[in-house]
Write a protein that binds this ligand. Structure first.
Ligand code: SF4
Ligand code: SF4
Ligand code: SF4
Ligand code: FES
Length: 944
């Protein structure tokens, strides 16, 4: 019997609160009204046999194995489709039932290869379990008749296989794909005996619409759909519950182990963010953790042209500390700094910012949120009082109108997208504000009510136009505004928003969205019972990113859409722990919990605890560090798990800043692009080795548990601690739990958090303290965190990045499902089969006028630089707009992006770059230099 299988209660839980009392096999049971008999029985400890049902899918009633007898009813109702009634008397085991069940199983088994002993599902097969449960002893029909036993195996998907000979046509896979994932990739073709599962019109899995989420594999009760890792390595022996290390959804997984090897990642049903679902990255793309490129030994070198020299941990850390101290002696305390990583745990991040503040003696610490959601922090804190989203993901199930702005959830936050799609199929209406026709605009059983295909850079006028219509047409929630918001700010904002320049007609001219669509979208959102806004980097990565965040908060407040389930303003945060890295005090002006470093009281609290004096002056942001490095004033950096050279804009500028520094210490799994400029390399750990916590986009603090020892020999928090010690600051944690205890003590919103508490409750959303001992799923319920909600005027100031005759097109950037960010992890997995290189999406009209053909090389040039990549001709982008991803370092997408950034936070304007494109015959100069450097940098002098 499989030791890691999660409990299956047969059918979904009833949503009702009231209970009924029933009698099952002579024993009384009190269960939720609306439960099926199957679920009620399983909750009461009676396992009625079943095959076609499972507790995350609607009951289907096809296998007839779960039949029961009910007093007063004729025949044998299927327990998976029959709801309980008060006083019902049910028998689950009678001679008649046993006979029927055996007959059913006999029919299944007569068309099933009896290779149980050599089958990869042996020990984890529900068909096998049911044969045992019903007491099947022989099969009268023999195996000579017509059967499916020689149906082939589809092995095209890199992660799972489909062995049609083992299929019992229970349709669990089809329903999982429809109901859970929302992709509708599978069908049952044919009828009766000829019916079979098919991935599209005679296609194999790889060529079909399948997005490889694995929900069907998880749902399959037989070995028909089976992970290749299980086929290769056999069934797991134990499991550890942990959290995905990719995106900000924060899915919980059971890491299933055989010895010290992961053989499967199964989404955890009790995970509050994902409820047992996952995407291709979390479920399958974990092989990078043991990829041969992973660096396992510390390394140093004097000059970045030298080969790397493997050394001991002591020598590497000692060397880094010595160089940092020398630099500070020569160039001053503020000449070095550190970058925390949103891929690392809160505990690992906390010790890095503490190292900078306590051992480096300055506030030169920043994080990758600088280049993604820093405007979210600024905008939501200013208007509402807290730097995070307002809702749990489950809140979307109560939304009536969902507005998605500058986000592409089906590729970047796939598990949340599946939940959102479920709500949309139930009838919620959708507004999409995006320059591209993202997948959500039109997908099976979903069509956006309105798509606003605005020109890149015109978010602010569009949000202003929506607010203009809402105010002008009397859709303001006056009571809400009067009771909950700052009225002076409301009046000033109202005068601004009613200006003619914010009318749909005027905004149509700048944004390219016609006035009627703007008006209709405003009416739909403004008259919704519950209107919810979800947004992404298409909002923040602009010169007016912070303005736009405040514009959305204004819109939600004026319509009364904050403070209950189904509403809110919700950033879909990118990296697994970007919320946490911000919460932990990674910004140069804030200590943990977003408290200003300039505030004496706050600083004193940390000073007393840490036994040091903290600089009251905010430190450098990442762009300031680069500018200071170019000016020769900033000389050293400790970079934890970030690849600044690939991910930050204007690559030429970043590269000259990095080249100008005297000591760069990179701590990472791989020799990334930044490591090419580094002098010390400290190998990091993968999420499978970490002990700590991640915080997802809903402020949920999830445990990350190690399933194996640190493979390179040292936990990452310990590396930082030893560096602090070598710099002369005594840091002495014994384990990660102690670090969380200190975070909780020093951070009011985390006061009640500890590993022990999280292990007890599963996960919790901050604030979690005496006022909210079980956390805070929904923020701003009775009043805003800042007291009264503040309306902020959002005048449109166009970006300085303009198109002209030389650069007539606008480039915008984004992601793809199978790859992740700079691709350091996903490029080292079989995910490359879906997307091996960055492509440039071009509208057919723009392609034709330039003689560009699909799949051919194009030169992409901006005022900052030029690269080449292959063209993909598509109407997803409108004329005048081109689009690419930034997953491959050799593409160098950031060679062309500019230094323009958000006025409040310096978040780069990745989403708007004026460019020109033309057919190309060879790689760009930068790309040729990149290839040469890659070869030279791969040289390592090994110790034995
Ligand atoms: S892997 Fe996911 S998308 Fe593909 S067929 Fe299965 S459920 Fe559908
Ligand atoms: S592939 Fe599995 S889940 Fe799908 S119908 Fe066949 S046995 Fe059922
Ligand atoms: S949705 Fe995000 S957190 Fe969930 S499995 Fe996919 S990448 Fe991981
Ligand atoms: S489990 Fe009820 S009919 Fe299949």
């Amino acid at each position: 019997m499989n030791k890691t299988r999660q409990i299956d209660l047969g059918t979904p839980a009833s949503g009702r609160a009231e209970t009924v009392t029933i009698d099952i096999d002579g024993l009384p049971a009190t269960v939720k009204a609306g439960s099926t008999i199957l679920r009620a029985a399983r909750e009461s400890g009676v396992d009625i046999p079943k095959l076609c049902s499972t507790d995350n899918l609607k009951p289907f009633g096809s296998c007839r194995l779960c039949l029961v007898e009910v007093d007063g009813r004729k025949g044998y109702p299927a327990s998976c489709t029959t709801p309980v009634e008060d006083g019902m008397k049910i028998r689950t085991q009678t001679d008649a039932l046993a006979k029927i069940r055996r007959n059913v199983m006999e029919l299944y088994i007569s068309d099933h290869p009896l290779d149980c002993l050599t089958c990869s599902a042996n020990g984890d097969c529900e068909l096998q379990d049911m044969a045992g449960a019903v007491g099947l002893r022989d099969v009268r029909y023999g195996f000579d008749g017509e059967n499916h036993l020689d149906a082939g195996v589809d092995t095209t998907n890199p992660y799972f296989q489909f062995d049609a000979s083992k299929c019992i046509v229970c349709s669990r896979c089809v329903r999982a794909c429809d109901e859970v994932q929302g992709t509708f990739a599978l069908t049952i073709e044919g009828r009766g005996f000829k019916s079979k599962v098919s991935a599209g019109m005679g296609e194999d899995f790889l060529d079909s619409e399948c997005v490889s989420c694995g929900a069907c594999v998880q749902a399959c009760p037989t070995a028909t759909l089976m992970e290749k890792s299980i086929v290769d390595h056999g069934q797991p022996e134990r499991s550890v519950v942990t959290t995905c290390a990719y995106c900000g959804v924060g899915c919980s997984f059971q890491a299933e182990m055989k010895g010290d090897q992961v053989v499967r990642m199964t989404p955890y049903k009790d995970g509050q963010a994902n409820h047992g679902h996952s995407c291709v990255k979390g479920r399958f793309a974990w092989g990078y953790a043991s990829h041969r490129d992973r660096v396992m030994k510390p390394m140093i070198r004097e000059d970045t042209n030298d080969p790397w020299q493997e050394v001991s941990w002591e020598e590497a850390i000692g060397h880094a500390a010595k160089r940092f101290k020398e630099i500070q002696d020569q160039h001053g305390r503020k000449s070095i700094g550190g970058i925390t990583s949103s891929r690392c745990t809160n505990e690992e991040v906390f010790v890095v910012q503490k190292l900078v503040r306590a051992a480096f003696g300055n506030n030169n610490v920043d994080t990758c949120a600088r280049v993604c959601h820093s405007p979210t922090g600024y905008g939501l804190k200013t208007t509402l009082g807290t730097s995070a989203g307002t809702q749990p993901f489950d809140s979307v199930m109560d939304a009536d109108v969902i507005m998605v702005i500058g986000a592409n959830p089906t590729v970047a936050h796939p598990v949340f997208a599946s939940q959102m799609k479920r709500r949309l199929r139930e009838g919620a209406r959708l507004i999409v504000v995006d320059p591209r026709e993202i997948g959500l605009v039109r997908s099976p059983h979903i069509e956006a009510a309105h798509h606003l295909p605005l020109s890149p850079g015109t978010n602010v006028p569009v949000i202003n136009a929506l607010a203009h219509v809402i105010v002008k047409e009397g859709l303001v929630d006056d009571d809400y505004v009067r009771e909950r918001c700052d009225l002076d700010s409301f009046e000033s904002w109202k005068s601004m928003i009613l200006k003619q320049e914010n009318s749909p007609e005027e905004v149509a001219k700048t944004s390219g969205v016609d006035a009627e669509t703007l008006r209709a979208a405003a009416r739909l959102y403004g008259s919704a019972e519950n209107g919810a806004i979800y947004y992404g980097l298409g909002v923040t990565e602009h010169s007016q990113g912070s303005t736009m965040v405040m514009g959305m908060a204004n819109l939600a407040m004026v319509t009364g859409n904050i403070g209950r389930s189904g509403v809110g303003v919700n950033p879909l945060r990118g990296q697994n722990n970007v919320q946490g890295s911000c919460d932990m005090g990674s910004f140069p002006h804030e200590l943990a919990g977003y408290r200003p470093v300039a505030d004496d009281k706050v600083r004193n609290r940390f000073e007393n605890h840490w036994g040091v004096t903290i600089d009251p002056e905010p430190g450098f942001r990442i762009p300031n560090m680069f500018d200071a490095a170019c000016a020769g004033e900033f000389k050293g950096m400790y970079i934890q798990g970030e690849d600044l050279a690939q991910s930050d804009p204007n690559t030429h500028h970043v590269e000259s800043a990095l080249s100008n520094m005297e000591c760069i210490v990179v701590q990472d799994l791989f020799l990334n692009e930044t490591a090419k400029f580094a002098h010390v390399f400290l190998p990091g750990t993968s999420f499978l080795e970490k002990d700590g916590t991640f915080i997802n986009a809903e402020r949920r603090i999830n445990r990350v548990r190690p399933v194996m020892q640190a493979q390179q020999g040292k936990d990452e928090w310990l590396i930082t601690q030893e560096l602090a010690q070598a710099m002369g600051y005594p840091m002495n944690y014994e384990d990660a739990a102690q670090i969380m205890d200190e975070i909780a003590e020093l951070t009011p919103t985390f006061n009640n958090v500890s590993f022990t508490f999280l292990d007890e409750v599963g996960s919790v959303q901050w604030p979690c303290n005496d006022a909210a001992p079980m956390g805070t799923p929904i923020m701003h319920i009775d009043q805003f965190v800042r007291g009264k909600g503040l309306f902020v005027e959002t005048e449109y100031v166009p970006t300085e990045e303009r198109t002209n005759r030389k650069f007539p097109l606008l480039l915008t950037t984004g992601r793809i499902l199978s790859q992740y960010n700079v691709g350091a992890q996903t490029r080292r997995t079989a995910n490359n089969v879906w997307y091996g290189e960055d492509l440039l999406e071009v509208h057919p009209h723009d392609a034709e006028t330039r003689g560009i053909r699909d799949g051919e090389l194009v030169a992409l040039a901006s005022r900052k630089g030029d690269i080449t990549l292959r063209a993909k001709i598509t109407t997803r982008v409108k004329p005048g707009v081109v689009y690419t991803t930034f997953h491959n370092p050799e593409t160098g997408a950031n060679v062309v992006t500019t230094e323009y950034s958000d006025w409040a936070t310096n978040c780069p304007e990745y989403k708007v770059t004026a460019v020109q494109i033309a057919p190309a015959s060879h790689r760009s100069g930068w790309q040729e230099e990149f290839a040469a450097r890659a070869e030279q940098q791969g040289k390592i002098v090994e110790t034995n």
